[in-house]
Write a protein of this length. Structure first.
Length: 276
């Protein structure tokens, strides 16, 4: 077999939730570049459509869909529409997630003052609504695929070592990693040994959700937290969205066909560095 053919996604249909965002969009475009037809699902249809347009402009096949992880009906409607449009689902990337300022400790807001509703929303965004429910819904269209199917969850460095100031996000991402391993075993034992579930754990990528913690709004220079992160990242820079593409294509393709239940760091060496 041609080694490069192992990485081909030609003939596969991939759904990327949160595909209208920066990181999800990069993954969606990367999967399309490997040959997949991509359903870009997002809370903001205009963003999903914009990503799909970039894919089609590059010669791929994609379409945008509405999906709200807090509303199961929209997830089910998205699944049904994708199956109606493309006939099947082979790959699901659970790309929705993030932190909230209200669930973050600071000089103005101590741990004891964190609002319960903000913590619950972060947990729901990343774990229940962002990962578990979409897996339940889309697996109904994937579990009987004769040639198997793939779920890729998005974990975080916080799942390995919790970071200061973001207790809800750290706990939620640790739960995503645990759920990834649980679901990998459950699906292989109970349904189909060709159903694979893995996760990517990104290191530090500048996004709208974490910029306020890492970059000083007034000066544009790194905050003390940002400086500490760079000091503990051996490669010395933040990740670019495209840095997630290789990992996603590998996990989605037959190149990783004997890989399930892993959490793959893409972090510039952050998780390997002891600080000394």
């Amino acid at each position: 077999m041609d080694t490069l053919e192992l990485f081909s996604l030609k003939g596969k249909v991939a759904v990327v939730t949160g595909g209208g965002g920066v990181l999800g969009g990069a993954i969606a475009e990367g999967l399309a570049g490997a040959g997949a037809t991509v359903a870009v699902a997002d809370l903001l249809p205009d963003m999903a459509d914009a990503c799909a347009k970039r894919v089609t402009g590059a010669g791929g096949t994609a379409k945008g869909y509405l999906l709200n992880v807090f509303d199961r009906a929209t997830i089910e409607a998205c699944r049904d529409a994708v199956v109606r449009d493309f006939g099947r689902v082979d790959i699901l990337v659970n790309g929705v997630g993030g932190n909230m300022k209200g669930a973050t400790t600071s000089a103005e807001q101590s741990f004891f003052d964190l609002p319960e509703d903000a913590l619950r929303k972060v947990f729901d965004l990343n774990l229940v609504g962002g990962t578990i429910v979409p897996s339940q819904v889309f697996l109904q269209a994937m579990r009987d695929n004769a040639d198997g199917a793939v779920i890729i969850n998005i974990s975080s460095m916080n799942a390995f070592r919790p970071l200061t100031r973001i207790p809800g996000y750290s706990a939620a991402k640790a739960a995503v990693s645990n759920f990834t391993q649980w679901l990998a075993v459950h699906l292989a034992q109970e349904y189909n040994q060709k159903l694979r579930v893995n996760a990517i754990a990104p290191g530090f990528f500048l996004t709208d959700q974490n910029r306020f913690l890492l970059v000083d709004k007034e000066t544009g220079k790194p905050t003390p937290r940002g400086e500490t992160i760079m000091a503990h990242t051996p490669m010395g820079h933040y990740g670019a969205p495209e840095d997630l593409v290789g990992a996603a294509v590998w996990l989605a393709s037959d190149a990783s066909r004997f890989v399930t239940g892993i959490v793959l760091p893409v972090d510039g060496g952050f998780s390997a560095f002891s600080g000394v």
